[in-house]
Design a protein around this ligand. Structure first.
Ligand code: ATP
Ligand code: MG
Length: 582
């Protein structure tokens, strides 16, 4: 267990200017119905998430406010106001209507992070169909699995990516139409069932009344990143926007004049909840950068757009950190006022580096694809206990339970569980009732993560249940070993697994990526082992260390420990569709 409870105190000024100045008070007076009242609805409690996110703003004082700043890898820049997004997505909804797409049908998007992705997503929701997003890096098998399982009837892609779809189209009888976005200098394919995005849009009416949906009608579906196994189709409801909205307001602290940048891809739930739905419902101006990771480019974006609120992931923070603090100092980042992180445990070292580099801590928060919105978080007005994920957002009840779903005392490791009564919880797992019901035990949603809670109700992450290591009778979370390793000056990243051992049950093995310019050696291995022994615990040090150039990660940046383990043990590595090039 991480025992470094160093805390970061918030100043009076930080507390006063936060959207949620008093966490306890917000919890005490909380009701979802109050949040709902802040959002637009139709008669009979019906709503439409795309209408709330964009159309409402297109009709109010935010009409001409920039909703989306787009920048491509090559430096193409575009801007879209709420009015423009509303109108284009109306047109797209009409395109779908004209091609006979019905409520509940699955319409998938296979595009890089370009404005058309966002327009299409909104249009799909407006018509009441279910939107699915696919990472642009997916290859044929990954595409086939998802399009076949979802029985998608329409796909939006571009000319380059279409080459991958073309090969599998014949095997997808449900896929009736493909719409190609005419962007970039590619030769456009010819095919009788192909449509073209802008050509269709031009012909379409600009008026469309978003379909009133029941609260639990599905809005979008996503195949999880598959860190632990085969991706599953998680289906979300229109009413998830209620929590996406409240969490964006409290955790990301969005205000009228903010310029907000989320580095996630909409192929991942963060890119949907906090680039489209929750953030636009708060009227935020969002930046979409469709490019690869590059420290200088990222700092330039923060500087040039005067980003005020930044939401990113530990893997990116570690990469920035490994390039040094001097690099940050070359940029003018004084507009930045709030930073948050999600997706993986935020190593204490990375959180503290934020203060060194930007003068601000990263605020860790926790949730999962299945949960649809942030559930546990550190808030701008709440002191941070370094290494903790924070406290449940108002409206969410979290606990640590045993395998029978019984709440266990504070400070003991168990299953991180939630009361399944919040609006953003998934509706179902697509065509897999058994999987869906396996999440629930004794009235709790069991997350599959191990954690503990302290007496102040702060939650501490230990590891995915499958990743926790049992060594010489002790349980060790890989995250704490990884965090101890990256505290050492020579280490950029580390992935830690349990390796079966006759004597100890398992031993800890660490795969370590060194910082640029550091030479691997046996001496360095010993130094690192000593470092972990001293900083963490004698039993929790890695008996084996292997230096590697890269760690296997999902496209959303999570370390895939199951792949490290399978390779180590010579076992089949399983589904790798979400694996980043490795
Ligand atoms: P699959 O369930 O298919 O294996 P996945 O769990 O990697 O995929 P996501 O839903 O994107 O897919 O990831 C959620 C998981 O990411 C959490 O269960 C947790 O293990 C990890 N995670 C997310 N945020 C945090 C955080 N702040 N601290 C620690 N872990 C986190
Ligand atoms: Mg998961």
């Amino acid at each position: 267990m991480i025992t470094d409870t160093k805390s970061i105190k918030k100043t009076k000024q930080q507390i006063e200017r936060a959207n949620m100045p008093d966490y306890e008070k917000a919890c005490k007076n909380f009701s979802w119905a109050d949040i709902e009242k802040e959002l637009a609805s139709f008669a009979h409690h019906k709503l439409n998430a795309a209408y709330i996110a964009v159309d409402v703003n297109a009709q109010n004082f935010r009409k001409n406010k920039i909703a989306l700043y787009y920048e491509s890898e090559q430096g193409i820049k575009e801007q879209y106001t709420f009015a423009q997004l509303s109108e284009s997505s109306n047109q797209f909804a009409n395109v779908l209507h004209n091609h006979n797409i019905k409520k509940g049908e699955r319409v998938f998007i296979f595009l890089p992070r370009i404005p058309e992705l966002f327009i299409a997503f909104l249009g799909i929701l407006k018509i009441g169909a279910i939107a699915g997003t696919l990472f642009a890096a997916f290859q044929e098998q990954a595409l086939f699995d998802r399009l076949q399982n979802s029985e998608a009837s329409l796909l939006i892609t571009n000319a380059e990516l279409f080459k991958r779809v073309e090969k599998i189209w014949k095997k997808l009888p449900h896929l009736k139409h493909i719409i190609i976005v005419e962007r970039g200098a590619f030769e456009f394919p010819h095919h009788e069932h192909l449509l073209f995005f802008h050509k269709e849009l031009k012909k379409a009416d600009k008026e469309f009344s978003a379909t009133p949906m029941k609260k639990d009608d599905p809005s979008f579906m996503l195949y999880t990143s598959g860190t632990t196994g085969k991706p599953k189709g998680v289906v979300h409801k229109h009413e998830a926007i209620i929590q996406e909205y409240s969490s964006a307001k409290w955790v990301l602290d969005l205000k009228e004049d903010d310029v907000y940048w989320c580095t996630a891809d909409p192929g991942w739930v963060t890119g949907i909840a906090y680039e489209i739905l929750g953030t636009w419902a708060n009227g935020a101006s969002c930046i979409i950068f469709d490019g690869r990771f590059n420290a200088d480019r990222w700092y330039a974006i923060l500087q040039d757009y005067k980003v005020t609120v930044w939401y990113t992931a530990p893997t990116a923070i570690r990469m920035l950190m490994s390039e040094g603090t001097d690099k940050v100092k070359k940029y003018h980042l004084s507009a930045l006022r709030h930073m948050a992180s999600v997706g993986e445990p935020l190593n204490p070292e990375a959180l503290l580096w934020g203060i060194k580099a930007f003068g601000l801590p990263f605020h860790d928060n926790w949730w999962q694809t299945e949960l649809g919105a942030i559930c546990i978080a550190n808030y701008p007005a709440m002191d941070i206990k370094v290494g903790s994920m924070g406290k449940p957002i108002p409206g969410v009840i979290a606990a640590i339970v045993d395998d029978q779903g019984k709440v266990i005392p504070n400070k003991q490791e168990g299953n991180l569980a939630l009361k399944p009564n919040f609006p953003s919880l998934m509706k179902e797992i697509w065509k897999n009732k058994k999987k869906y019901s396996s999440y629930f035990v004794n009235g709790w949603y069991i997350s599959g993560d191990r954690a503990w809670k302290d007496d102040d109700n702060y939650f501490w992450f230990i590891g995915r249940a499958d990743d926790v290591i049992k060594t010489s009778g002790e349980r060790v979370g890989p995250f704490e070993v990884e965090s101890a390793l990256i505290e050492h000056l020579s280490v950029a990243e580390a992935g830690v697994i349990g390796k079966p051992d006759k004597l100890r049950g398992e031993i800890i093995k660490a795969f370590v990526v060194l910082k640029k310019g550091i030479t691997p050696s046996d001496e360095l291995k010993e130094v690192l082992q000593e470092h972990v022994k001293r900083h963490l615990a004698g039993h929790a040090y890695p008996r084996e260390i292997e230096f590697v150039n890269k760690l296997p990660k999902t496209r959303s940046g999570k370390i895939m420990r199951r792949i490290l383990k399978a390779k180590e043990l010579g076992l089949p590595i399983g589904d790798t569709s979400t694996l980043e090039e490795y």
